[in-house]
Structures are given as structure tokens and as C-alpha cells.
Design a protein around this ligand. Structure first.
Ligand code: SOE
Length: 384
């Protein structure tokens, strides 16, 4: 995998994630010493007017309305998939076969079968690939990884993660269509398990290693919703809420919970790890802080420290402003594309690759199987 001097990007999808990725493509070279130049070559969306407006606003040179045309373009080196989940597999396989680098929004796919096809395609073609699990690159979360890798926690006993939202409580909210495809199981694959828990699982396995077995429960609180595209009231197939227990390969125990029915919470992703010597807590609503407790501190001053992760020696922060000034959500995507390119320049691949993200698919698959069977389910492991 060699990196050209100029990487010409073809973006598919111009929604929330199309904006987050485009912002990252534009900013990365301003703040990070990139090994190549990024060119916003073409954006693809089904609605030509919207795609043109997006291209103008973000500076894409060309517009396509059929993703197949975008993937075939000789002037595109990297295909970035930011369209709904039901399109990921087909586009990724075609892009890999066309020899393009492929970036894909999370979750990798709607199910394991699609995800495995995608991994096989990028690996067979030998093209660079990565999935946008962006929360790993919140500096406070990256710092947590550093502290864990330094052995500061000692043996880990507990991992606890939650992702709470409240935007689907109204029974009048329809399902399907542009903004609401996350509620349509045929498009999304699953509900909060693939959309929110997938984030928690990706971070958890990055910080604490593989998950080996799970037992889960899910609930669909609103059983029928009008479908925006058909106009009919149709059954709801997604999980509105999911909670599961898990065991990690390192012997630690975990609880995970996600819901779109936690009134008052918009995107409350929290994680906590309790080790023999120390504990860590992080909260997306206060994302620049890492809470750290170290039992080895002198007794009279022992207590939770709230580390303001904004100093020059904190992960990524030297590239931004001066110590004490915060960054936010959008910067995680900037970090991710900068890492992707600099890893390629070293002849490596930045994580999570499609194969790394397949490990998350195996966990979400076991979670949904367990919710259906009512039993503990083993988690398949990826071949490294
Ligand atoms: C859902 O509301 C959502 O936008 C997810 O799809 C994103 O992945 C998450 O980061 C924020 O919430």
C-alpha cells in the first residue's frame, strides 16, 4: 500500500457523517503534518440538488448521483462511505475491487455476513481501509489507553459502559427515509446495538481486549410506526434499548447499556474501568476530562483527579491551541484521518481496520443472538 502525493477523495453520503468527514478532510492538513495532500474530488448523493449544494458548501469539485459512477472514477483514490448502513457492503466491495482505499462509517455492516464480505474484499485487493469509530480519538480516551498500556490500573476487574439518548420516545416519530433510516431495521440492521453499543464495544475492546461471551436483553418499546417511504404503519424491527453482561478474555466483567428512551440524555456515552490499583472514568458530555483515581497515591491526598486533557503532552493536543484550551467532537475525525495517512506513510494501517471492526460485529451479533435465545452466547474471535 503506497501513498500517492495527492489523495483524491470520493465521498458517498452528505448527511451528518458526510459533514463530519468532510470537515476532517479539510482541517487535517492545517493542523497535522500530513504525508500527502487531500483533494475533495467528488461527492455522491441520490438527490442531485442536495449533492450540488453540499459540493459547493464543502468544496467538492464534482457531483455524482450514482455511487457506481463515483467508484469507477479514475480521478478518485479513496472512497469514503458515509451513507446508510444498507449500502456499506456493496459499495465497499466495489470500491476495493476498483483498487480504491476505503473508509467506512460505523457500524461496518448490518450483519456478520456483510462484514465478512467487506473484510475479504479489502484484504484480497490489498487496499487500505478503516472504520470511523471516532471516540477512540478523543484525547481523554486516548490518554486512558496510554495509562492502561503503562500498566497503571493493574489487573482489571470491571468495565462499565453506557450510551444513552432520548430522541425516539414519541410514538408519532415515523421510521425510514432520509433522516430516520436508523429506525428501519432493513436499512440499519439493528437499533441501539449497532448504532450506539457498537461504539462502546469498539472502545472497550481497544482498551481492555477481546470479549468472549455475552448475555443480553433488548426491548422495542414502540412496536409500530408509520414508514416515511411507504406511508403505511409497519412493525418496528429495531431494538430501542439493549443491556448486556460480558466477560473479557482478561477475566474482567462488564456491563453495557444503550437506549434511545433515557429522557434528558442526548448522547451520554460514559465508560468506567476499575483495576487493582486505579480506576478511570470518562463522559462524552465532558469529553476533555479524564477522571482518574490511583490507590497508590499518598493516603491523605488520595482522591479522584479530574485531568483536563488539554496540555501539550496529552495525545493530539500539541497540534491544536495552547494548553488549557479545549477541542471537541469534530476533532476526533481529524485525528482519525491524520492517523490513517501517517500510518500508511510508515507502511502500516491505522486501527480500526475493517478486520478490527469485524470483531465488533461478532460481539453485536452475539448480543442480538443472546437477546433472542435468552442464553449466554460465545463471541466469535477474529483471526489476526
Ligand atoms: C445516533 O443518534 C448517533 O448519531 C450515532 O449514529 C453516532 O454514531 C453517535 O456518535 C452519535 O449518535
Amino acid at each position: 500500500m503506497t501513498l500517492p502525493k495527492e489523495v483524491r477523495i470520493g465521498l458517498i453520503g452528505y448527511g451528518f457523517m458526510g459533514r463530519a468527514h468532510s470537515n476532517a478532510f479539510l482541517k487535517a492538513g492545517h493542523f497535522f503534518p500530513l504525508p500527502c495532500r487531500l483533494v475533495l474530488k467528488a461527492v455522491c448523493g441520490r438527490n442531485a440538488d442536495n449533492a450540488r449544494a453540499f459540493a459547493e458548501r464543502w468544496g467538492y469539485e464534482a457531483v455524482e448521483t450514482d455511487w457506481r459512477a463515483l467508484v469507477k472514477r479514475a480521478d478518485v483514490d479513496l472512497v469514503d462511505i458515509a451513507s446508510p448502513n444498507d449500502t456499506h457492503a456493496e459499495i465497499a466491495v466495489a470500491a476495493a475491487e476498483a483498487g480504491k482505499m476505503v473508509l467506512c462509517e460505523k457500524p461496518l455492516a448490518r450483519n456478520v455476513a456483510e462484514a465478512e464480505r467487506m473484510v475479504e474484499a479489502v484484504e484480497k485487493a490489498g487496499v487500505a481501509n478503516m472504520v470511523w469509530y471516532n471516540y477512540r480519538r478523543v484525547p481523554a480516551v486516548t490518554l486512558a489507553k496510554q495509562l492502561i498500556d503503562e500498566g497503571r490500573l493493574g489487573r482489571v476487574f470491571h468495565y462499565r459502559a453506557k450510551f444513552l439518548q432520548d430522541w425516539t420516545i414519541s410514538k408519532d416519530l415515523p421510521q425510514g427515509g432520509a433522516a430516520l433510516w436508523r429506525l428501519d431495521v432493513n436499512v440499519a440492521g439493528s437499533g441501539v446495538t449497532g448504532d450506539l453499543l457498537a461504539h462502546c464495544i469498539d472502545t472497550a475492546m481497544w482498551l481492555n481486549g477481546p470479549i468472549t461471551q455475552v448475555t443480553a436483553m433488548t426491548e422495542t418499546f414502540i412496536k409500530e410506526r408509520k414508514h416515511t417511504l411507504t406511508g403505511r404503519v409497519e412493525p418496528v424491527g429495531i431494538d430501542d434499548a439493549c443491556a448486556f453482561l460480558a466477560r473479557f478474555a482478561n477475566g474482567s466483567l462488564a456491563t453495557f447499556e444503550a437506549t434511545r428512551y433515557a429522557r434528558g440524555h442526548k448522547a451520554l456515552y460514559t465508560l468506567e474501568i476499575n483495576g487493582e490499583h486505579a480506576s478511570i472514568f470518562w463522559d462524552l458530555h465532558d469529553l476533555h476530562r479524564l477522571q482518574y483515581f490511583d490507590h497508590r497515591d499518598q493516603g491523605i491526598v488520595r482522591g479522584w483527579r479530574s485531568i483536563h486533557v488539554t496540555d501539550g503532552d496529552h495525545p493530539y493536543m500539541k497540534q491544536w491551541w495552547v494548553p488549557g484550551l479545549q477541542i471537541g467532537y469534530e476533532h476526533t475525525f481529524v485525528h482519525q484521518i491524520a492517523d490513517f495517512l501517517s500510518a500508511l506513510a510508515r507502511g502500516e494501517q491505522a486501527s480500526p481496520t475493517f478486520r478490527d471492526a469485524l470483531a465488533t460485529e461478532y460481539v453485536t451479533d452475539a448480543v442480538l443472538r443472546s437477546a433472542a435465545s435468552g442464553s449466554w452466547e460465545p463471541v466469535r474471535q477474529i483471526a489476526k
